[in-house]
Write a protein that binds this ligand. Structure first.
Ligand code: ARG
Length: 622
């Protein structure tokens, strides 16, 4: 469905045409004087120069022409030549009802037929998830859902870090602990055990110990390095052990990501790309792109227009080992073969920006990725503590993701426990939902490229621009809707029924609701339409909601979930203003009341879709 702006523009174009002016001047924008108008067109000012006329004369002619259109309740020429516009309440209500009835909230499906691979998550096998992985997961998941909402086929690939030295370290440490395992017996020819020789808690102990040992003990470090090489050369025992490390880690990672509401379609990793490295070399050699430099094999990637010097991309080190860039290039070969994507989008820490510039340039130069496939790097900033430095635990260590989440959940739980009507187990569940919203919204409401300060007290506040505030507003709407439904059920049962609740703006947080009768009743009157707004707060809410397709489409085009946060906040503010002025449940005029209920349902629908794109959900009460 066309956005409201597009619809206004179409009408403006006709008016410019009819008045004999070039319709390319028919541009509309939100008014920067909301006290005077909702929208404005500055086209008469620009046209005045071309036609050497007084802009006011042009604006007045246009205003007279537009006055014939029922779309506007105001179209007024204002000095020195602006056109001030207000949408008619009837037109606006119709537009909202149209959005409500259309799929995807009227968002143009610009992505239909196109495939995007999103490379996000990037967890490293056997190493615990830390907050650095948090942003990639949260932003990547949300961008994926956003692009999917506008029609793209989206494939999320976690691209595990599973091929580095950490594998050799784990293998060596396991060997030190259990030297008798068959994986280490070079003469062994039987089948390797199907049961892993360690659990996830063992691995969580093994890796940090091994990593520490390697720093202190040179012989151990060397052994780990050799073990890594042996694994990479395909040693059967080490490969079998590697499979165990992978399986145990992945099962744990899946659990962790699920608790974050993050899900990957593809669980490939760096190790899967190794098979494509020979082909990478064939391509690069075939095109004479590869040359030796200080013993390493490199490809030049600098371009004349570069403002900063870009070093050559190293494909193979002097000791024969391949690097991060080698794997990423091999992965691109694999992805092109498997999916022929229209875009590969990387959601990775912005400090890796140079790496991706190098990889993209080699991929283009060598024709690994054709020009019609976009390569995009969405680099995100650092999550800092209140001291402005990268977020750490209280004793200065790396904060583990699980710890962070449990800290937030307990803070939220304490807040929710203040409402004594909510039983313990429900409070715990709700705290999980609200905590996740606090965490994700706290992150996503910032422009991804920027650093931000992780401030738990601010993030979990029920007021201000926070996830819990959005949820609180949704819970409030749910509560009004169910009270309304209860009232109607009672009404139907008993002709003398009065509404279950007489005081209007009583707090949503003390309500219990949700039974079958209510839902049956709710669906029975879904036919009700949103009615033309009768006052300013209602009209303002209509105007905010009418932007939904516009906002989601531009957020998707910019891959910018923070725009959705801003918008959700604007809706909640608009809703709360309206709600404070409107006595919905005690309204005697049923038709009028029904119109408001339809408005509430639509508001809830829009908010639900938005938070689902952001990657969290609302509880029934809080
Ligand atoms: N595993 C990497 C890290 O922890 C992130 C991987 C990002 N994706 C990629 N294709 N390089 O830094």
């Amino acid at each position: 469905m066309n956005t409201l702006m597009e619809k206004i523009e179409t009408v403006l174009v006709e008016a410019f045409d009819r008045c004999g002016y070039d319709s390319s001047f028919a541009k509309v924008s939100l008014s920067n004087r909301p006290d005077l108008a909702e929208y404005q067109c500055n086209g008469a000012l620009a046209a005045a120069k071309k036609y050497r006329k007084n802009p006011m004369e042009i604006a007045e002619a246009l205003s007279a022409e537009l006055g014939k259109n029922s779309m506007f309740s105001l179209c007024e020429a204002a000095r020195p030549g602006f056109l001030n516009l207000r949408i008619g309440a009837d037109y606006l209500a119709d537009y909202l009802n149209g959005l409500n009835a259309s799929s995807h909230l009227g968002c143009a499906q610009t992505g239909t037929g196109k495939t995007i691979i999103l490379d996000y998550g990037g967890a490293n096998v056997a190493k615990p998830l830390h907050v650095g992985h948090l942003r990639s997961a949260i932003i990547g998941e949300s961008v994926k859902r956003l692009l999917r909402f506008v029609g793209y086929e989206c494939i999320g690939d976690i691209h595990l870090g599973d091929w580095g030295l950490q594998m050799g370290l784990i293998i060596e440490e396991t060997k030190a602990r259990h030297p008798d395992l068959p994986y280490f017996d070079e003469a062994y020819t039987g089948c390797y055990p199907s049961e892993a020789p360690f659990t996830i808690s063992d691995l969580e102990d093994i890796y940090p110990k091994a990593s520490k040992k390697a720093k202190e003990d040179e012989a151990f470090a060397e052994a780990a390095h050799l073990a890594t090489l042996r694994l990479q050369q395909g040693d059967p025992g080490y490969t079998a052990l590697f499979r165990h490390i992978l399986n145990v880690s992945i099962a744990d990672l899946k659990k962790n990501y699920a608790s974050l509401g993050v899900e990957f379609e593809v669980w490939k990793g760096e190790s899967d790309a190794q098979a494509f490295i020979p082909e990478l070399f064939r391509i690069l050699e075939g095109q004479n792109l590869l040359y030796q430099s200080e013993g390493a094999m490199v490809v030049d990637v600098a371009e004349e227009s570069d403002s900063k010097e870009l070093p050559p991309c190293i494909i193979r080190k002097s000791d024969g080992a391949s690097l991060y860039a080698t794997t990423d290039l091999a992965t691109l070969i694999q992805r092109m073969k498997d999916y022929r994507p229209d875009e590969v989008l990387y959601i990775v820490d912005k400090r890796q920006s140079m790496h991706f510039t190098q990889v993209f340039r080699v991929a283009r130069k060598a024709g690994i990725v054709p020009p019609e496939t976009a390569l995009t790097f969405l680099g995100f900033g650092t999550m800092n503590g209140k001291d402005g430095k990268p977020f750490k635990t209280r004793d200065g260590g790396v904060m583990r993701l699980e710890q962070l989440i449990s800290d937030i959940d307990s803070a939220v739980y304490a807040r929710i426990r203040e409402n004594e009507a909510i039983p313990d187990d429900e409070a715990a569940r709700t705290a999980g939902l609200v905590g996740l919203a606090a965490l994700k919204y706290g992150d996503l409401s910032n422009q991804a490229t920027k650093d931000y300060v992780f401030d738990i007290d601010r993030f979990i506040s029920f007021e201000g621009n926070t996830g819990p505030y959005i949820l609180y507003t949704m819970v409030r709407i749910k509560s009004i809707l169910s009270k309304y439904a209860e009232g109607r059920t009672a009404h139907a049962k008993n002709a003398t029924a009065s509404y279950a609740c007489d005081s209007v703006n009583d707090d949503a947080d003390t309500m219990i609701y949700g039974n079958d009768e209510i839902s049956a009743n709710m669906s029975a009157d879904t036919g009700t339409l949103i009615r033309p707004a009768q006052n300013t707060t209602e009209k303002d809410l209509h105007l905010v909601l009418a932007k939904v397709n516009d906002v989601i489409s531009s957020a998707a085009a910019e891959k910018a979930p923070h725009r959705l946060c801003q918008y959700a906040y604007e809706i909640c503010d608009g809703f709360n203003r309206f709600y404070h002025e409107t006595k919905i449940l005690t309204e005697a005029d049923e038709a009028r009341q029904g119109g408001w209920i339809a408005l509430l349902r639509f508001t809830l629908l829009v908010l639900s879709e938005i938070i689902s794109i952001l990657g969290f959900e609302a509880p029934e009460r809080m």
